[in-house]
Ligand binder design. Structure first.
Ligand code: GLN
Length: 307
């Protein structure tokens, strides 16, 4: 089987359905991306990379960054501490929903992959890294992806900051009930920055492979995370990595995934490979339409289902 051909034909097949989605515009800077753009890459456990489409294009990882700050919190603070501030439950609410936070008696966000949960997790990181919280997140992103010049996009960050009233509401509410630690404005600043970190599809495939391999980056050979952190992160990706689309993704694709409104999806097939897609046209839940179609196609052809 010529794998490049398998990937490029999956991209061709996804071309039409991609056009049924829409590029995110609530963060104005994201609306500038081309809705027809598509890419896919995978990285196996030996570090072999295969890719097709716009695989070198940089885009902001958005909510994919939530698994990075979660992994950092698990490594530095431990599972018990993380679970004292966020739950491990799926949710049928949109990623930026606020209403359940007030209704629940603990006021804890349901999981670390919705905005409220991710904001709470970042605030916890100040325990260990009071000044360089974001530096630690970007450093870990570099190690997970193997990208040496990892950085965030200033224009996207400023656009997020300007349009981020909903996230502000979440952070200040969480602060009022003592779930968020420290200064909510500083926490939000780091959240906006981590969402604006830029990667290529190939970078995300390497990150997925690192999560799939129990924390060893198969390209660099470095043990970046512990096996138990990877297992927890992969489990959460499986149950809530695509918000209200998580059940559909589990049924159609069959392995853990995490999406971002920048158009990326990262997948981790335990002990087999990391796989990533890019396609900025999104469905109503904020997940890449083309990316999901490509993942489903490749999962079927390469028999990647774990379920
Ligand atoms: N920065 C985006 C937000 O806070 C991330 C959301 C996402 O990727 N689903 O709204």
């Amino acid at each position: 089987m010529n794998m490049e051909k398998v990937l490029s034909s999956a991209i061709s097949r996804a071309g039409e359905i991609t056009r049924t989605g829409e590029v995110a515009s609530y963060i104005p800077e994201l609306a500038k991306f081309d809705g027809g753009s598509l890419a896919v890459a995978y990285c196996d456990m030996e570090g072999n990379l295969v890719s097709a489409g716009d695989m070198e294009m940089l885009f902001s990882i958005q909510s994919i960054s939530k698994i990075i700050s979660l992994a950092l919190a698990l490594e530095t603070l431990g599972l018990e501490c993380v679970l004292s501030k966020v739950g491990n439950m799926p949710t049928s609410d949109p990623f930026n929903s606020i209403f359940r936070l007030e209704l629940s008696s603990s006021h804890k966000p349901l999981n670390p992959l919705i905005n409220a949960g991710a904001i709470a997790v970042i605030s916890m990181l100040s325990h260990e890294t009071p000044s360089g919280r974001f530096d630690k997140v970007i450093e870990l992103t570099g190690k997970l992806t193997g990208r040496v010049d990892i950085d965030y996009n200033r224009n996207i960050y400023l656009s997020e900051k300007k349009s981020g009233q909903r996230n502000r509401a979440l952070a200040f509410f969480l602060s009022s009930v003592d779930v968020l630690e420290g200064d909510p404005s500083a926490v939000l600043d780091d959240y906006f920055k981590q969402c604006s970190i830029e990667c290529t599809t190939i970078d995300l495939a390497v990150m997925g492979a690192t999560l799939a391999a129990g924390g060893v980056n198969p390209v660099s050979g470095e043990q970046v995370l512990s096996e138990s952190t990877c297992a927890f992160v992969r489990s959460l990706m499986m149950i809530c990595g695509l918000y209200e689309g998580s059940g559909d993704f589990a049924i159609r694709v069959g392995f853990p995934g995490k999406s971002g409104v920048g158009g990326g999806i990262v997948g981790a097939v335990p002990d087999k490979m990391g796989i990533a897609t890019y396609g900025p046209s999104l469905d109503q839940f904020g997940n890449s339409v083309g990316g999901t179609a490509i993942m489903e196609d490749i999962s079927r052809q390469m028999q990647l289902r774990v379920l």
